[in-house]
Ligand binder design. Structure first.
Ligand SMILES: [Fe+2]
Length: 203
């Protein structure tokens, strides 16, 4: 079975300052994302040994573990390139900009729904923009890393709302982090994912 690796950040740790601090990025990438990679590999290893009759395991618990860690790995792999150095007037253009206008009425309307999805998430999880094969857009909340994912839609923009994404800098002010998140979205990357509509291939 496949083993997973931590992909490098596509920019320096301080590239997103002042919106997201260098220290948050160091911990988030090097510790949290790394832990999901490690957890996914540990689960795969246990399942492999179980298949060969070398280890007795609680299959349901290990598969739940794999779902959690693998989705954590996949979502963080999507998250890093979803971000870029901050800009004040950061808005989507191209096809994604047109689709947002067409399906939500305006970028402001879209922003309202995505922001509300982010701010009303209970506990930990993600706000995610998905696309289907016919270019329909969906905004959904994913709990933890693995609950409430639609089975076949392609995620094109993911926003990490776990406290490890912002607490060190924003403390309990999640809404402030969510508002600042708009400054660091890499819309070119979202556009690329919209064009390709490929399932994620976790490294
Ligand atoms: Fe995270």
């Amino acid at each position: 079975m496949k083993r997973f690796n931590l992909p490098p950040l596509p920019y320096s740790y301080d590239a997103l300052e002042p919106v997201i601090s260098k220290r948050i990025m160091e911990l988030h990438h090097d510790k949290h994302h790394a832990a999901y990679v490690k957890g996914a590999n540990a689960a795969v290893e246990k399942l492999e040994k179980f298949a060969k009759g070398e280890l007795e395991i609680d299959v349901r618990a290990v598969m739940r573990d794999l779902s959690f860690h693998l989705n954590g790995h996949i979502l963080h792999t999507l998250f890093w390139p979803n971000l870029a150095p901050p800009s004040e007037d950061n808005k989507p253009g191209g096809r994604i900009g047109d689709l947002i206008d067409k399906q939500f009425g305006s970028f402001e309307n879209f922003k309202k729904v995505f922001t509300t999805a982010s701010n009303t998430l209970e506990g930990v999880g993600w706000a995610i923009l998905y696309v289907d094969p016919e270019d329909n857009l969906y905004i959904l909340q994913v709990e933890k890393h693995n609950l409430n994912h639609p089975a076949s839609l392609v995620p094109i923009l993911v926003s990490d709302l776990w406290e490890h994404s912002y607490y060190l800098q924003y403390e309990n002010r999640r809404a402030e982090y969510v508002e600042n998140f708009w400054k660091v979205i890499n819309w070119d990357e979202v556009e690329k994912r919209l064009e390709k509509k490929e399932p994620v291939n976790p490294p």
